[in-house]
Write a new protein. Sequence first.
Length: 364
Amino acid sequence: MHKEKVNLLGFSHESLVDFFQSIDQPSFRAPQLMKWIHQRGVIDFMQMTDFSLALRNQLSEIAEVKPPLVDECLLSPEGTKKYLIKLDSGSMIEMVKIPEKKRLTLCISSQAGCALQCTFCATGAQGFERNLSAAEIIGQLWLANFHDESSPPISNIVFMGMGEPLLNIEPVMASISLMQHQNAYGLSKRRITLSTSGIVPEINKLANKTDVSLAISLHAANNILRDEIVPINKKYPLEELLDACKNYLRNQSKRKTITIEYILIDGVNDSLNHAKDLVKILKGLSCKINLIPFNPFDGCHYLRSQESNIYKFKDFLIKKGLITTLRITRGDAIDGACGQLVGKLTKSVKGKNKKNSINLINTR
């Protein structure tokens, strides 16, 4: 019977040490392999020239390094690049590469689909398919660094793509470990941000697992409204969520802050009264606020806030002493909100269209 090859892409240093020991190889092979895969982008064992030919042949028989497949990609006028990625199971996920002046940020997915059904989210509208493995998560970073030959290396990671990271905690933590490892990507804790809609029990345990930056997908400052637009709030209301955030910070350095993400939706959560509520509930929490104009998608009745209301909201928060930034709208031309591209593709397939209506760059 043919034995399936083991994919080493998502293996931690410790797991690689165990793997090599299981085939009677010394532990120093682990950092060698990590550097080949994650620093040089080499996934063909036969090209790993500091391994003996016998070892390269042996690895080729029993193992593989298999990143996900980039199916399509879109490039926006300002340089944001969105990738549609096909997994072995047939599920589709997305990642987005966002160039800025001094950094290159990658927004990655942790699940195919999402079960939380936030009403403003294109991913939530599609439902949940499955959790991603560590190989599928770290594979997105590998693709971002090595799929495009001309691309500079990724400097920042945000877990703000498809899915709720804290509902897939072990593979997410394994991938974060690889992101930070000196023989892999060597990213500092300040350059990795884990975003959650508010899975309180996992936030309470998070400080024992990692010290990366934490972002809370808040979007409403009272329980009635948040119950409506972020339904997980019914299980873990604002009071519990904000207490969990304070608990996380107690175990971090005094300079650490939590990012509060707040999508501004016209007539829903963008009034001055909403801003006042936000100031009130964030009192005592070391945080900065990232305001995000809503990115409309097919099938959703919400609209982006009026520009005047966006700036009134922002100016009020700043006047009250809260560090507040406004995210520059990027990627509208390429369906920048996560889940939009997969959603359109799914509709296209369900409609039995022979040709996808999205203007895509084929990269296969």
